[in-house]
Design a protein around this ligand. Structure first.
Ligand code: SF4
Ligand code: SF4
Length: 350
């Protein structure tokens, strides 16, 4: 068995769902694509996208000694319908990937294990391998790299999808000095489907294959630090951490396997948590509830900001006492969100 097949066999044994390999310089058009996105301001206030453009646009510049990039996919297909909670105004909708442990930790550990094995395997074959491991880190544009490595294609919703895996998967990358055989790039296969574009609550796609992050609920509820534009707040509905709508409607998911990784099985308390319970969390309560979860990274104030928007959108006067208390919170963005929610509920009552 050649080194490529040996690595693939090991990657699958480690729990990855698919593997592909590309050359670091296989995407000469990437710098222009990234520059167009950033020049149009579609990255919002994700300043790291603009700052590291020379690396992000050019994987070969990130580590010039690297000869191959091994791209790996790890499936987290939910075993429940993620859209069910979106219709329940007293509950909060949390993106599937965040309904359990922080996937960075899980995938990174697995990538490192595979990387260590690769170094040893190369040594056994009389070769020397150096590696660098990346998972959802600023310098690497994983989606176009994964397409170039044949793992699938970037769909009209801009996420990666494949015939075998659907679109619920995490991506990780191992850069290596080993000169490995490469895969054919993935070919776009969306056809005439527009399901993801049509379902988007905020109209965040200016055109197929293009996303304006400034209108995307995933960006607004996770990355965006300040107050959300008032015109967009009603469109958030009850989505309090991310949004899965465009992923959930993709027809290719019907071929996908559910998550093999037990750590990705949804925590029962995060599938459809009560807004009232979340709004009552103090700092210690927030940290305890979201220990080990990616939600912890945005902090209590930003999370409760999102909960307040959802409460405002529910129109439920039962939330008023808590919202009135939160309107006095020392965090100005949270206080503004709570005051807005009070106004929305009052307006719904007249
Ligand atoms: S995640 Fe939600 S808001 Fe963002 S593009 Fe997809 S459907 Fe639209
Ligand atoms: S929903 Fe349709 S258009 Fe969107 S990514 Fe999936 S196949 Fe492509």
């Amino acid at each position: 068995m050649g080194i490529y097949d040996t690595i693939k066999e090991r990657a699958l044994a480690e729990g990855f769902s698919a593997m592909g390999v590309m050359r670091p310089d296989a995407l000469p058009e990437l710098p222009d694509r990234l520059a167009t996105f950033v020049d149009a301001g579609r990255h919002g206030d994700m300043g790291w996208m603009a700052e590291r453009m020379n690396w992000r646009g050019n994987p070969a510049a990130l580590w010039p000694e690297a000869k191959s990039v091994i791209m790996l996919a790890e499936v987290y297909t939910p075993d429940h319908d993620p859209m069910e909670v979106v219709g329940q105004p007293d509950r909060g909708a949390i993106s599937v990937y965040a309904q359990n442990r922080d996937y960075h930790d899980v995938v990174k550990k697995r990538l490192k294990r595979l990387g260590r094995w690769l170094i040893e395997e190369a040594a056994r074959q009389g070769d020397t391998a150096e590696i660098k491991v990346f998972v959802d880190t600023a310098p690497v544009m994983e989606k176009p790299l994964a397409q170039a490595a044949g793992l699938g294609w970037q769909g009209k919703h801009t996420n990666l999808l494949s015939r075998d895996l659907g679109n619920w998967f995490f991506l990780g990358a191992i850069f290596t000095t080993l000169d490995l055989p490469v895969d054919e790039p993935g070919r776009e296969n969306c056809g005439s489907c527009t399901a993801c574009l049509d379902v988007c609550p905020t109209d965040a796609f200016p055109a197929p294959f293009q996303l304006d992050a400034r209108r995307c609920i995933s960006y607004l509820t996770i990355e965006h630090k300040g107050p959300v534009d008032e015109a967009l707040r009603p469109l958030l509905g009850n989505r309090i951490y991310g949004c899965d709508d465009c992923l959930a409607v993709c027809p290719w998911n019907k071929f996908a396997a559910t998550a093999r990784e037990a750590r990705y099985e949804a925590r029962a308390d995060l599938v459809a948590p009560e807004l009232a319970q979340l709004a009552a969390l103090d700092d210690a309560g927030f940290r305890a509830q979201f220990s080990g979860s990616p939600i912890k990274r945005i902090g209590r104030a930003r999370f409760l900001r999102n909960v307040c928007y959802a409460m405002g959108n529910s129109g439920d006067p039962g939330h008023l006492p808590r919202l009135e208390a939160l309107a006095l919170d020392p965090d100005p963005v949270l206080a503004d969100a709570a005051a807005w929610a009070v106004r929305m509920i009052d307006r719904a009552r007249v």
